[in-house]
Design a protein around this ligand. Structure first.
Ligand code: NAI
Length: 254
């Protein structure tokens, strides 16, 4: 264990959006926040986004390490967590946040659209949980928080792949919660509704207006709204919660 790091925190998909807000919310003196990111395309641009997340974490008094690594790739996941363990010798919190969409109507959905989404959104958390579970069980302490979605509960036309992945994440959460409870490891999910990020910015205006009309609290959510729920689940105040799904949706689904 290296010098004064008391809490090692891992957030997947921390370069922007909800993941960045989670990194910032969890960053405190004595913590080392690791995050990864991987959007094929302009790596340089995403490295700049990641540098901004690192800056925000450092500003909050924690250490920060952002790493380009694909959660759909088992070897890259393994190498990423090995770096965390080498630096800190422990992993206290894992937030499975990274996720993608490839929307299409079910009849038109291509096999690679299905596979891409399932590989990132469901297999990714599976790889990450497998990697940290042994460490957390040995520590007899750990907090795993999975970012699902309310559509994983309600269904949503045009998102069969995404919905299946998020419903899967909820099932994975409950099963892991039962498997690890006796070892002091809690596993919960946060299901956001409609949150303003790059992921939702690309939706057609008509879809956005339709979504807003369904929100009793009358506004889209902010990444910070989701991060606040994650912060609570990662805290000692949530010690008696496991296997739960907290909806952060402005009441969109009750
Ligand atoms: P975003 O597109 O703004 O950011 C996604 C993050 O995930 C980026 O850091 C990206 O690098 C990372 N990522 C993507 N694929 C990756 C991979 N293969 N390996 C490692 N990192 C990868 O997305 P946003 O909106 O911040 O979403 C975060 C999570 O919240 C996702 O799981 C999403 O499904 C979920 N969510 C978002 C909602 C919204 O309204 N924005 C609603 C419900 C759930």
């Amino acid at each position: 264990m290296t010098d004064e790091v008391q809490r090692a925190i891992v957030v997947t998909g921390g370069s922007r959006g909800i993941g960045r807000a989670i990194c910032k919310a969890l960053a405190q003196p004595g913590c080392h926040v690791f995050f990864n990111y991987f959007t094929p395309g302009d790596r340089k641009e995403e490295e700049a986004e990641a540098a901004e997340t690192e800056r925000l974490i450092t500003e909050a008094g924690a250490r920060a390490t952002g790493i380009w690594a694909n959660i759909a790739d088992k070897d890259q996941v393994s190498a990423f967590f090995d770096q965390v363990l080498e630096a800190c010798g422990r992993i206290d919190v894992l937030v499975n946040n990274a996720g993608i969409t490839r929307d299409n109507l079910l009849v038109r959905m291509k096999e690679d659209e299905w596979d891409d989404v399932l590989n990132v959104n469901l297999k990714g958390p599976f790889h990450c949980i497998q990697k940290v579970a042994r460490v957390m069980m040995k520590q007899r302490y750990g907090r795993i928080i999975n970012i699902a979605s309310i559509v994983g509960v309600t269904g949503n036309p045009g998102q069969a792949n995404y919905v299946a992945s998020k419903a899967g994440v909820i099932g994975l959460t409950k099963t892991a919660a039962k498997e690890y409870a006796s070892r002091g490891v809690t596993v919960n999910a946060v299901a956001p509704g409609f949150i303003e990020t790059d992921m939702t910015a690309k939706l057609p205006e008509k879809v956005k207006t339709g979504m807003l009309a369904l929100i009793p609290l009358g506004r889209a959510g902010k990444p910070e709204d989701v991060a606040a729920a994650v912060k609570f689940l990662a805290s000692d105040d949530a010690a008696y919660l496991t296997g739960q799904v907290i909806h952060v949706s402005g009441g969109m689904y009750m």
